[in-house]
Each structure stands twice: as C-alpha cells, then as structure tokens.
Design a protein around this ligand. Structure first.
Ligand code: UDP
Ligand code: MG
Length: 313
C-alpha cells in the first residue's frame, strides 16, 4: 500500500498546532481505513526556526502518536525552504507527499480527491482554490494580479494554486535535481513535468493567529517568482531601450535642425523633463538587471537551502 507523507511547515504556530494537528491525524486514519494509503503514513512537521513553543509542541505530538514526526530547521529560512526541507526528508521513504499549511486554511478534505487522482496515475495534483470569498478585496485583487503578472512574464504557474499539492516520489526524485537556491516551488514543479491534474478546494480563514505573509513578503515572493523563472523583464527592458533610443534619435535631429535654423530657445522645461524621464527609466532598468545579478550571486555560492538541526526520530 502507498505511503503518504503530509508535509507541514510551521513558523510560530503554537496557537494553531494543537487545534490542527489532530485534524491531520484524523485524515490519515480515515484514508488508511478506506485502504487508500498505508497505515504507516506520516505527518511531518517542519519547524522553521520558530521563536515560540512550536518545536516543543511538535515533540510532544511525536511522543503521543507515532504518525506525528518532526524536523527542525536550524533557523528561520522562510516557507518555501521549509516545504523543500520536508519534501527532501520524505522523498526516499514515501510514495507520495502532500504539502499543506498548518493553519487549517486549506480544506483538508481535498486530500481524499488528491489521493484518488494519484491512485489513478497522476504524479502531480495541484490544489486550486475555488473562490476567494473569505479574502479581503485587497488580498484578492493583489493575489489575482500576481498570477496574471507571472503568466504574462512567462512563468508558468497554475492559477490560484499555492503550495497545497500532492507529489509522487518519482516527481520528488527528479525535483531533487533542481539545485537552485532561489525557491519558487509553484513555478518550479510545472517544470518537472509528468502527468498532472488539479483538485479544487475552498480556502477558509486562518483558525487562530495571524498571517506571516504581509504585503511586503508577497511582493518579494512575486519578484522572486518572476525573476527566478523568466528572463522576460530583461527583454522588455531591451525593447523599451530601443524605443527610447529611437525617440531620442528623432529628438536629436529635431534639436539640430532647430539650432541650424537659428531658432534655438532656452528650453529649460523640455530639458528637465527629458532628463528626469530618461534617468528614471535607467534606474528602473538597472534595478531589474540588479535583481538578476543578485540571483546569480546567490546561486553561485551554492549555500545549503536548509539545515536540519533536530529530528523527533
Ligand atoms: N511559514 C513558515 N515559515 C515562514 C512563514 C510561514 O514555515 O517564515 C508557514 C506557516 O507556519 C504556515 C505557512 O507557512 O504553515 C503559511 O503561512 P501563513 O499562513 O502565515 O501565510 P498565508 O496563509 O497568510 O499566506
Ligand atoms: Mg495561512
């Protein structure tokens, strides 16, 4: 029978874990009772360097029931790295993983359908949010623009899919070869390929506690997503540069003819506008290029993407 590992990143979740952990356990038991997965399946918590009692709670859970296991990162490295650490920990000991947040926002019951799809032969099953009613207008608008922008920039991502997904061990083995340190899992998994499908689910409000994804982190993730998956922004810059250069060329001819005709006036206003505009464009372009150079810099160091300091087993 197929062994499932549920991968759950946790960062400062002492309030949430005692509520949601039993829900995951119940789900595993229920799936095992139907004979869909092996009773030997596990719930793997990844403590992402929490500063509260999260790790103690995970250790307690592991003592209570053998289905609960945990690993702890040596420090906080962010959600994507935590999920990766869990996936890599599981890849050799399971047949499939499902990654999910620990806050109960994603409907756990979608796992049934995910496992069904896996048993039908799909290697990747993306959890896709059916609607965004529980989100504020602002969150919904920014999130949807995020997916549209990503796709427009050439990064292939599944619309309204975050990090709730099932992966087969085969996909995990191949994915382990993707050595980049700039992680954007939802954009990288489609690159691995294999037969994939989607399952829709509803996303609820956080049970307790607060989101760790404020606007600043969301923007950082969006920029990371685009720049680690696509070089289209560089092309856009080049195209824009050509356009500005062409316009400038016309401007130079115009200026020269004006001088030759002897009607050059003190064009302070137009001069200032041109300088401001062109220098602004240049700075933005340099920023975009800097973003890529920064990525090359980070990749060239080959630093480890996660460091596991403790395990409950
Ligand atoms: N998380 C993490 N490391 C971080 C931030 C978040 O492991 O640095 C985990 C967090 O515990 C949760 C998941 O990532 O399980 C999603 O975080 P959150 O619910 O705060 O984000 P949102 O659902 O609001 O996007
Ligand atoms: Mg959440």
């Amino acid at each position: 029978m197929k062994r499932l590992y549920i991968i759950i990143p946790c960062y400062n979740e002492e309030q949430v874990l005692p509520v949601t952990a039993p829900m995951f356990l119940e789900k595993i038991e229920q799936l095992a009772a139907c004979g869909k997965i092996s009773p030997d399946s596990r719930i793997l918590f990844v403590n992402d360097g929490s500063r509260d009692k999260t790790w103690e709670i995970i250790c307690d859970l592991a003592r209570q029931d053998p289905h609960y296991i945990g690993i702890s990162q040596s420090r906080n490295r962010g959600h994507q790295n935590a999920v990766l650490a869990g996936l890599m920990e599981a890849k050799d000991v399971c047949d499939m993983t499902i990654s999910i947040d620990c806050d109960g926002q994603d409907d756990i019951n979608a796992m049934d359908e995910m496992v069904d799809r896996y048993l039908e032969g799909y290697e990747v099953v993306y959890g896709v949010r059916s609607k965004r009613e529980t989100d504020t207008f602002f969150k919904r608008f920014t999130a949807e623009s995020f997916y549209k922008l990503l796709n427009a920039m050439g990064a292939e991502v599944v619309f309204n899919h975050a990090d709730y997904r099932l992966l087969s061990a085969r996909v995990l083995q191949e994915f382990a070869e993707f050595g980049e340190v700039n992680l954007f899992l939802r954009g990288m998994i489609p690159l691995v390929g294999f037969k994939s499908t989607t399952v829709t689910y509803e996303r609820y409000e956080r049970i307790v506690g607060e989101s760790h994804y404020p606007l600043s982190k969301m923007l950082a993730l969006a920029i990371d997503g685009i720049t680690s998956l696509s070089i289209k922004p560089l092309r856009v810059i080049t195209a824009f540069g050509v356009l500005v250069a062409a316009i400038s060329f016309v401007g130079v001819i115009w200026a020269l003819t004006s001088v030759l005709r002897g009607n050059a006036v003190s064009g302070w206003g137009s001069m200032t506008c041109i300088i401001c505009f062109v220098s602004g464009v240049q700075l933005i372009c340099m920023g975009v290029m800097g973003e890529y150079i920064g990525k090359i810099y980070l990749e060239s160091k080959h630093r480890p993407r996660y460091i596991i300091s403790e395990r409950t087993y």
